[in-house]
Structure formats: structure tokens, C-alpha cells
Design a protein around this ligand. Sequence first.
Ligand code: 9L3
Ligand code: MG
Length: 138
Amino acid sequence: MTQDIKLLLVVAVALVDQDNRILLAQRPEGKQLAGLWEFPGGKLEPNERPEQALIRELKEELGIDVKEDCLAPLTFASFAYEEFHLLMPLYICRRWEGFVQSREGQALKWVKPLDLRQYPMPPADEPLIPPLIDLLNI
Ligand code: 9L3
Ligand code: MG
């Protein structure tokens, strides 16, 4: 028997500052998974590549400008919710223009890699932590 699976394509980023801290954003009240801390990002719009979607989302949500060659793919999240299957590449970015600000009322936090586990995350985001810590060589 086959089953129709709804795929949701999302892209996320680990923004890393000069002290090797990573930006987490808290999902706001009223949204699915409210209160959980996530790597910033969002859904792909039709005809967008992941890098284009991320550049758009980072401008909308955080007010920063990111160049495509500053985005490096790191790993991939895959998580099956009951209603849809989420596929989400995680990029890493160390360079951007402008100051990170909360444009959509979301709480933001710069977190040391080994403290990431203290922040409750959506289930798709959690498995992204070990490869990120490996890459940062902590
Ligand atoms: N999501 C999970 N982890 C993330 C991001 C950016 C998104 N780091 C999930 C939450 C929602 C879906 O992706 O189920 C779509 O995100 P949004 O458009 O509601 O932010
Ligand atoms: Mg978002």
C-alpha cells in the first residue's frame, strides 16, 4: 500500500559569530512548536533554491544581508511528523552584513556550542548539533 507523504522543504542556518557562538531563535507564541529554540530559517517558496530562501529569510527575520558564497551546506535534517515529512538542510554562515536584530518579535540568543543542549529544540534541529560541534572543533 502506498501513502501520500507531504514533503515540507525548509532551510536553516547556524550563524556563527567571532566568539564561535551560534544564534538560536525562539519560535513565537501562536506558531507551531512555540517556545522551542531553533536554527533560524524557514520554508522554501516556489522555485527558490535553499540558498535563495535562506538569504530571503535572514533579511526578513534578522535584518542581515548574506552573500550566497558565505553559505556552506553542513548537514541535513529529516523528520517525519504525522502531517508532513520535514526535510531541512543546515548551512553554516560566519559572515554577513548588518546587525542581527529580531524583526519578527522572536527572542534571540547567542549560545556557546556546548550549551546548545540546554535549549529545548524542535526534534528536527536536535540531531544537527553533533555535526555542528564537530565542525566548530570544540
Ligand atoms: N522548523 C524546524 N526547525 C527549524 C526551522 C527554521 C523550521 N530550524 C520547522 C517548524 C515548522 C516548519 O519547519 O514545522 C516550518 O517553519 P515555519 O515556517 O513555521 O518557521
Ligand atoms: Mg522561520
